[in-house]
Design a protein around this ligand. Structure first.
Ligand code: ARG
Length: 501
């Protein structure tokens, strides 16, 4: 027999009261299961501090619904709801011992109002209860992460706006490849973070479904109203199948994966800025740097190194969660208790990293002179010269060969001219205007000429800045609506509770 049937509400024992068991074991479990030497191993009470407020809200919504459905009397509901308020004031630290926060709060209610407190757990189980609490709390956490992604996108777009003309080397294989601009680089990350925001919003929509009323997994004989509790808790809808409701955690996996993807984006951004700082392209603000305890001259990009490392935490979270969930049979298994912590740790680490990354890039100083001096490094204008020759009628492959020879022999106009003699048997001038070649060799002109859609030319970057700003504005509005909906549900539930207390 599973433990939850001992206090499943449908079999309320009239004598469940504060005198039932020893204090250590609490009034809910009394002395049936002490936990023995495994007691602390079994307990999630400490970790459950995170869902203390959520559990009180879930208890309130459930109690209001039970009263509305006339499953419990209004005056009992009032006593329970009053007790819950007092328990909230006392805080998680004052809870009696228990296997988890759900049991401890129930014990605390019974301690305050007597056996009728046990009616709170009518028509539910800790299985649907904990799933509701996790979803309730995770919504707030993910909204916070989404907010940090928007702040980061704003910082990146600000950088872009300020540096549409700031040329810099662009790399492939970390070798100088083609000149680009700081704006174009910043917008590359803005685009990636935009998709991270979208993935987190997608995940949010699936977190925001109510499992409450699924009970242990098999529903209940009581005439409950699941839509009502969903509504009171601000959930968009109900997870319909009660077994699915109580036992599925794919919403945790999806969220953790989206967080991990964002952390991977952040790690690339951090790595770029670390390399740029090494090259003297960018100076991090002191607030986002660290010094050496021995080398007095050092200013190190430690914050970004830690941001880079958080990708490891997040990937570990996904791995831990996936491995925990893999092969779990339906319905509830206690493994799920340890699944949750992977999600909390991941969301905390990634939100913090995202916030720090936004601050670090927003306050960094770009050294335009150094960037301009280096923009042409490694004959990075070579592709533009080859494009020019191809645009003037040479097969691109021939142009590629000609420019490659010039690259090995000085990488300037004279080198191109002798390569032309070698490859074409005639002067470059027979094919192309020398002034156009000299322009193509200039990094500034090279950037300005690459004005294809999404390219680095300032006039191609302008619409990217605009669409970036528009997307942030839209998602800021969405975020505001989601947060307002949670706040409105909280206030509406409070108003309902006030009708009983
Ligand atoms: N602390 C548990 C968890 O996090 C609550 C559910 C306990 N349910 C049970 N059948 N033992 O999953």
């Amino acid at each position: 027999m599973t433990e939850e049937s001992a206090h499943d509400g449908s079999e309320l024992e009239p004598d469940v009261a504060t005198d039932g068991g020893s204090d250590d074991e609490g009034v809910v479990r009394r002395d049936r299961f002490s936990g023995g030497p495994a007691r602390s191993f079994l307990s999630s009470l400490a970790a459950d501090e995170r869902i203390f407020e959520a559990d009180l809200e879930v208890d309130r919504a459930h109690t209001v619904m039970l009263a509305e459905q006339e499953i419990i009397d209004d005056d009992v509901a009032g006593q329970i709801l009053t007790a819950l308020d007092a328990i909230e004031v006392d805080g998680h630290g004052s809870l009696p011992d228990g296997e988890d926060v759900h049991e401890a709060i129930e014990t605390a209610v019974i301690e305050r109002i007597g056996a009728d407190g046990g009616k709170m757990h009518t028509a539910r189980s800790r299985n649907d209860e904990v799933a509701a609490c996790i979803r309730y709390r995770l919504r707030e956490d993910v909204l916070e992460t989404i907010e940090t992604t928007l702040a980061l996108r704003e910082s990146l777009t600000d950088i872009a706006e300020a540096h549409t003309e700031t040329i810099m080397p662009g790399y492939t294989h970390l070798q100088p490849a083609q000149p680009t601009t700081v704006a174009h680089w910043a917008l590359a990350y803005e685009g990636a973070v935009r998709r991270d925001t979208e993935r987190l919003l997608e995940a949010y929509s699936r977190i925001n479904e109510s499992p409450l009323g699924g009970a242990a997994f098999a529903g209940t004989t009581f005439d409950i109203d699941r839509e009502r509790t969903a509504d009171l808790l601000g959930f968009d809808s109900v997870v319909e199948n009660s077994m699915d409701a109580a036992s599925s955690r794919d919403f945790l996996l999806e969220t953790t994966q989206a967080l991990s993807t964002h952390a991977t984006t952040l790690s690339g951004l951090a790595e770029d800025v670390i390399i740029f700082a090494n090259r003297g392209f960018v100076d991090l603000a002191d607030d986002y740097s660290s010094t050496s305890s021995i080398m007095p001259q050092k200013k190190n990009p430690d914050t970004l190194e830690l941001v880079r490392a958080v990708a490891g935490d997040a990937a570990g979270g996904v791995q831990g969660l996936t491995t925990t969930l893999k092969g779990l049979p339906r319905a509830y298994n206690r493994d799920l208790q340890r699944a949750t912590t992977h999600a909390w740790e991941t969301v905390d680490a990634v939100t913090e990293a995202s916030e720090v990354a936004a601050g670090a890039v927003a306050t960094a100083d770009w050294n335009e002179a150094t960037l301009a001096a280096e923009a042409g490094e490694g004959f990075s204008t070579a592709t533009g010269v080859a494009d020019l020759l191809a645009a003037n009628g040479l097969p691109f492959r021939t142009a590629h060969e000609l420019v490659a020879i010039a690259a090995d022999n000085g990488a300037d106009y004279d080198a191109l001219e002798s390569a032309a003699q070698e490859v074409l048997g005639e002067s470059l001038e027979a094919h192309v205007d020398p002034a156009a070649v000299r322009d193509a060799l200039d990094p500034v002109e090279s950037v300005a000429s690459r004005d294809s859609q999404g390219g680095p030319a300032p006039n191609a970057v302008a619409p990217q800045i605009e669409s970036g700003r528009e997307a942030v504005a839209t998602e800021e509005e969405t975020l505001g609506e989601l947060a307002d909906a949670l706040e409105a549900a909280h206030e509406a539930l409070r108003a309902e509770v006030n009708g009983y207390v």
